[in-house]
Design a protein around this ligand. Structure first.
Ligand code: CP
Ligand code: NVA
Length: 314
């Protein structure tokens, strides 16, 4: 069964084909108006969402299918009354495909292991592959190609978005420079560094981790940041994290260090005055809402790809 749990589950060819399909879906959505007719997507959420929920549900509607929003706070699984095994075996009897936003990556791996339908990771503590497919689509639209570009990511880097960006860049030949505070708590996980490094060797790109924001940003074609207060971070940590991450804030000086036609990206939600200043996110280099829109097109392509691979599309 083909799933999408982390981007490195997929080959560079599968990523390229899905991005090409996403572009086609975006250009001519009418050609896909019946692509998922009578198909049902289950959307399991343990955490909040705006973009992921709306883009998946809209995508299913636009392709003639249906999506079920399922909040674990009202589920037997969330109440600790039903195992992941029994949940997966049961949903496999009703729906054609599942997306899940869960705290622990190990739990989505277990769900997928027991599921008889494709499972899509809609964000775990380890990875956010759907976001990065949309991001790669956005970068390619804005820059014309991916291979050989430089993306600088600044901020919290022991982070799902950072991990998936590393994999996505390494799979597509984009050089990635990460600027983050020192220490394992704020840096990408070792296993991700190792895997992304191996993929980068194949694609001919570079994965660098450094602890100076300016150096990471120099000459970048894309400057990317993510929240310092990811959904799972308790509010009490705000002050300490602001102090720690402020040297990695994306501001006018950082954009000045990047290439003069650099684009600014943030997966959103964003906090102005924290991971980026308002003049950057609301300024001429920012593509954050194009990026958010592309979640819709990229995920339509993911759904078609996985349902086709599972033999669930005629
Ligand atoms: N970027 C993203 O996944 O946004 P949501 O948390 O709103 O889904
Ligand atoms: N790193 C963020 C991404 C939100 C889309 C989080 O986990 O909350």
């Amino acid at each position: 069964m083909m799933h999408l749990l982390t981007l490195d589950d997929w080959t560079p060819e599968q990523v390229a084909q899905t991005l090409a399909l996403a572009q086609d879906v975006k250009t001519a959505p009418e050609n896909y108006a019946d692509a998922l007719r009578q198909r049902t997507l289950l959307m399991i959420f343990e955490k909040p969402s705006l973009r992921t929920r709306l883009s998946f549900e809209t995508g299913m509607t636009q392709m003639g299918g249906h999506a079920i929003y399922y909040d674990t706070s009202t589920s037997p699984m969330g109440a600790g009354k039903e195992t992941l095994h029994d949940t997966a075996k049961t949903f496999s009897r009703y729906v054609d495909v599942v997306m899940a936003r869960l705290f622990e990556h190990a739990h989505i791996v277990e769900l997928a292991h027991h599921a008889d339908v494709p499972v899509i990771n809609a964000l775990t503590d380890l990875a956010h592959p759907c976001q990065i497919l949309a991001d790669l689509l956005t970068v390619r639209e804005k820059k014309g190609a991916l291979k050989g570009l430089k993306l600088a990511y600044l901020g919290d880097s022991n982070n799902n978005v950072t991990h998936s960006l590393m994999m996505g860049c390494a799979l597509t030949g984009v050089n990635i420079s990460i600027g983050c505070p020192e220490g394992a708590a704020y840096s990408p996980q070792d296993a991700v560094i190792e895997k992304a490094g191996a993929l980068a060797t194949v694609s001919g790109s570079r994965v660098e981790i450094m602890h100076d924001a300016h150096t990471a940003a120099v000459g970048a074609d894309v400057v990317y940041t993510d929240s310092w207060m990811s959904y799972h971070i308790p509010r009490e940590q705000l002050d300490a994290r602001v102090k720690l991450f402020t040297p990695f804030q994306v501001n006018a000086a950082i954009m000045q260090a990047a290439s003069k036609d650099a684009i600014f990206m943030n997966c959103l939600p964003a906090m102005r005055g924290y991971e980026q200043t308002a003049d950057v996110i609301d300024g001429p280099h920012s593509v954050v809402f194009d990026q958010a829109e592309n979640r819709l097109h990229a995920q339509k392509a993911v759904l078609i790809t996985l349902l086709k691979a599972a033999g669930r599309l005629s």
